[in-house]
Ligand binder design. Sequence first.
Ligand code: NOJ
Length: 558
Amino acid sequence: MAEITRKWFKEMSVYQIWTRSFCDSNGDGIGDLPGVYSKLDYIKSLGVDAIWFSPIYPTPNADYGYDISDYKNINPEFGTLDDFKMILDGAHERGMRVFMDLVVNHTSDEHEWFKESSKSVDNPYHDYYIWRKGKGNKPPNNWLSVFEGGAWEYNKNLDEYYLHVFAKKQPDLNMDNPKVREEVKSIMRFWLDMGVDGFREDVITFISKAEGLPNGIPLPVATGVEHYKHGPHLDEYLDEFRAVTNEYDCMTVGEGPMTSLKDAVELCSEGPNQKLDMLISFDHMNADCMVTDWIKLPFNLRKLKNTMTKWQKAMYGRGWNCLYIENHDHARIIDRYGSLKYRVQSGKALATMYFLQCGTPFIYQGQEIGMTNISVDHLYEYKDVMTFNNYRLFSGILHLSEKQFLKLSSKVNRENARTPVQWNSGKNAGFTTADEPWFKINENYKEINVEAAEKDENSLLNYYRKLTKFRKENEIVIYGEYNLLYENSKNLFVYERLYEGQRLLVITSFSENPVKFKAPVGYNLSEGELVLQNYDVIDPGKNDFYTKPYEARVYLFK
Ligand code: NOJ
């Protein structure tokens, strides 16, 4: 069995906050930092050990904070640096760490660097970004952006194009310029010196582009991605950044869309060449879609098991997994992998399934109460650049009407996970006192909200609390080896964890119909303790039974 090292970040659970929709303290309809501060005890009560903030820096909101115009300050819509310091202290006092989002593949076009960069080709900041001459009257290559058609924007004054892999308002930084890397390090130090405990590093695997920026294989979006998804200098640049974080007691989790498992293992492998502590992979989020959430397929449990198991096996004893089933980039999970009819039970099955694997589990705001996706009647109710780009593509290529598009969107759109957190059944779900929240509140808030979940002993919220507690009290959940059982079952996700002579058996059903379960060879359920379950179990020692809809049971064998 592979040796596994102990680290504080392996033992924590993390809560992700997307501030704009978390809690509004000043009645302007937008969530803010004092709102977060007022909920620190609630966050702590979940049993988590850390908070990850999606970007909270000044931004023109072209991509809701992932377009930064000042890296060393706080978005005035959210508050001030002092508000942030209060949270940092408040979190630390409560024994929670705080991680910032480090977005350095691109800035906002309203960042001072970019403004300077656009002034003239001789400007000292010009080379902070990727500017190129066109080819005739065409852009420098055929790359398409992830969000908005072509990846190049023409500047008439300079007669040059700048590269933006995401939206036009998100010009890519030229990481090949050593001055840019020094800026990144200075940003890291600024926050680490303040006391921040690490970073989630946004699309960090995209920061190095292939020499000569060659044409890419034509795709409907992101043409050229093969030339930057793990570019030639990525390792080198990550080493430089790692040297900074090594000076502090902190943690880094990189985001790696399309990063292969092999590359992920290399990036996260412990030892002198380690680049990142963990990597946010997207593979397991494709169990009901193809390549992107928007190309919908029926949910396929075997695909999910297969992918998760590959990552579990490959990382064990080498690197470390980042476990998640929701964040601000994906539609809510219960509508996708679970069942709205069995919202709470399937929410618990999903929670059990991912939380007890080997890795650091992340919970995204609202996931703990089982928030679900919205549906809207008009495109204009949406806010996100990605939605509008997808509308352009789906209405253009597939000729979908607005109505058809909105129907699809209600299942797959990442914006659905960005609706305000539902705190109670009062006005605007207790999110804001304003008449108009910045974004639609899910109509189901009267039923699904924190206050109601607090009162219900069997709520999903209280189940998450049990999970964080159980994980903390049982090292087998943190450090145990993972093996998939029932590999071929289409409806059951069953696995074991093994650690120092103990065994943990995790049984989850992904069906509303009864599924026959028989204890795997070597297991006698009557010898184990049923430690977590989402239904009352009359006879926990019985070795075969039919599952209830989305049943979850966890047995510990000491
Ligand atoms: C990944 C972030 O998670 C996503 O929200 C953002 O749109 C892109 N990176 C661009 O920064």
